[in-house]
Write a protein that binds this ligand. Sequence first.
Ligand SMILES: [Zn+2]
Ligand SMILES: [Zn+2]
Length: 279
Amino acid sequence: MLVNSYTNDGLWNLEKPVMPQRSRLFPLEPIGIGTIYVESLSGYVARLAEYHSTTTEQLILSKILPLMERRMSQTSPTDIINNFFGIHYSLAAANEIKGIFATTLIQVLEELTLRQDLTNLSPLKWASLTFESSFLRLYQAWCPLCYGSWRTQNRIIYNPLLWLVNTIKFCPHHEHQTLIEHCLHCNQQFPTLTRCSRPGYCSSCHLWLGDFGINQNLDEQVVTENSENSWQYLLMGDVSSHRRDKLTWQCMWFDDVEDLVANEPSQFLPPKNQTLDDF
Ligand SMILES: [Zn+2]
Ligand SMILES: [Zn+2]
């Protein structure tokens, strides 16, 4: 009886291949890291929920809370949930970085997404160590023109941290637009993180908060206004330099504010939404 002998058998590697570690949540890239338009931590959590087609409440209860309970064993789950959705002990009340709740949340998000840069979402470390009170609004504020132009250009809708800084009253991007704090549809305010937060939408009536594209060419107008060839430059000097100085002053609480402002492209815009055609 013939027996086939496979002389190459000895070359087979029967060891299990090493699988790279998989993240439990999509490693969503934060927007504007290293610039003055960095995303807020609360806005990042809301966008992470949106990316997974769920609500912030579901994301927090199912994925984030169990890990936070393990790390904050001295704190009851109810108190942790109150930190998320309450007002006076919220992320905003802690400058999104101060205290065990904010720091633990960042650690847990990094564990779930396997990202290592989420601590950069909170550039208020110096201010939090130096001052007792928070510099952030407890309720969400926004620029309807920014939301509107991002949607018109099919860009990612997000919440920059500087919209929450309580000394900033006007949008740095659209200098004549005050930051809005009440929904124009239902007249309600809502905290920076709610059970159904979604950047660009009211947490009370769930309607769109942005402009409806009437000013879709506004960004091009701003570019023109800031152009060094404009008449303003001839009359007033370097407008972009003046704007940078103003931004530095407005965001004086941010860590390394001069570097952040210097990193700012003349017109920072969030990335475009990706479509199947991009792959
Ligand atoms: Zn704006
Ligand atoms: Zn509303």
